[in-house]
Design a protein around this ligand. Structure first.
Ligand code: ZN
Length: 405
């Protein structure tokens, strides 16, 4: 090691300030960075500029909207170390979710190069496309296309709220699965702002993820009978709003009993009139648990309670599973490599990430940086510069262990 360590603490705020204004709504401070729109294009231009200035020998678009900057020897030997995350945000989201992983990866590489370390393995930084799914409705769009988890023809036809197709937004159909590109990658590490308060409570600036909870979405259709709010006797009603309301409370209780998470964050009512008993209420249950068995028991528990209540309300319940993501366990070797650094706690996470998609194909790990508010997907999302610098340092240390001579 050189006696001239790279001043990450100085560099992190500088680099961060360069991208902070891009796509930020001046009114709320929230970010509007949707896939394949001007703010993300601008972030990608910035990314290219930094990577090229820092000695990247190639910037490779993968045909699926993902962009990889390559350093070190040419990535052909199946042992490349890939770092990175995503630039896009949810509507009015925070600035850290995604971009922190890309900026930290660029800085980790800059730090090692500054300290005179040469890469003996190829090293890449990836900017994944449309991770949040805010524009085209499919989360982890870029990583799903790259790994073949999403059919490119189906993806090409996805449309945004203005009716623009993904193919139009991309300027062509996505390439789909790239097994030869995946085959060049020997490890993937995504640094991410923590979406919760575990690290605050532990008093630790960074943590390493053990895995991702299995999670899914279920559509709940409650059908009743539309009728007049004034003239229909209470005893004669078949009101699906009652069944729905009971089910939301039951979901909360069933989740608490199991140490799991259940949320109903979206609801549609027909006809949605103040003076009418609804004909139908449609709600979406988002459920997550530490293991697949608990998740199944949770959803079954909610379904059974809702069905029982429906029979008493004279309504009908239909439960349709819309998606299910299996549990992800991160690579034991990589998790251990992070843990060897003193005081790095191991945490599970209940949020989906590109790392969860990559983990099925490549040894993968995630590093979390403390978020003092614990809030994410909101302008209140936060991270201290010192903690971000610590994240860069941990990432650089791992990269040095894995890839530097
Ligand atoms: Zn993210």
């Amino acid at each position: 090691m050189t006696s001239n360590p790279f001043p990450v603490h100085t560099w992190f705020p500088r680099l961060w300030a360069e991208i902070a204004p891009i796509g930020r709504d001046p009114g709320t401070g929230g970010y509007l960075r949707y896939g394949f729109t001007d703010p993300v294009r601008e972030l990608e231009r910035w990314f290219r500029g930094v990577a090229e200035a820092d000695g990247a020998h190639a910037i490779e678009p993968d045909g699926n909207g993902n962009l990889i900057a390559w350093y070190g020897p040419p990535p052909e030997r199946g042992d490349a170390v890939l770092l990175g995350s995503h630039f896009d945000s949810v509507p009015y989201g925070g600035g850290y979710d995604g971009p922190l992983g890309i900026v930290s990866a660029l800085l980790a590489i800059r730090a090692l190069r500054h300290e005179g370390r040469e890469f003996r393995r190829p090293v890449g930084v990836v900017a994944f496309a449309e991770e949040e799914g805010s524009r085209f409705g499919v989360p982890c769009l870029g990583s799903r296309l790259l790994t073949g988890a999403l059919d490119p023809a189906r993806a090409a036809a996805l449309t945004d709220s203005a009716g623009v197709s993904l193919a139009e937004a991309m300027g062509g159909r996505p390439a789909g699965a790239r097994p030869e590109l995946l085959g060049r990658i020997g490890a993937f590490v995504e640094l991410h702002v923590e979406q919760g308060r575990a690290l605050v409570d532990l008093g630790a600036p960074v943590g390493v993820a053990s895995g991702i909870w299995p999670h899914g979405r279920w559509r709940l259709d409650f059908d009743g009978e539309a009728n007049h709010a004034g003239t229909t006797r209470m005893a004669d009603r078949r009101d699906p709003m009652l069944t729905y309301a009971f089910t939301v409370l039951a979901a909360n209780k069933e989740a608490r009993l199991r140490g799991a998470h259940a949320t109903v964050g979206r609801v549609e009512v027909e006809p949605n009139a103040t003076n009418a008993i609804p004909a139908r209420v449609r709600g979406w249950l988002d459920a997550r648990a530490a293991d697949a068995g608990t998740l199944e028991a949770l959803v079954e528990g909610v379904r059974a309670k809702a069905a029982d209540r429906a029979s008493r309300d004279g309504t009908n319940l239909t439960v349709t599973r819309e998606s299910l993501s299996p549990p992800v366990e991160f690579d034991g070797g990589l998790v251990k490599a992070f843990r060897l650094a003193e005081g790095v706690p191991v945490l599970p996470t209940a949020a989906g990430h590109d790392a969860g998609i990559l983990a099925e194909h490549v040894p993968t790990a995630m590093l979390f940086v403390r978020n003092p508010t614990g809030v994410s997907h909101s302008p209140a999302e936060a991270a201290e510069d010192d903690d971000c610098a610590e994240g860069v340092r941990r990432l650089a240390d791992l990269l040095a262990q894995l890839a530097a001579g």
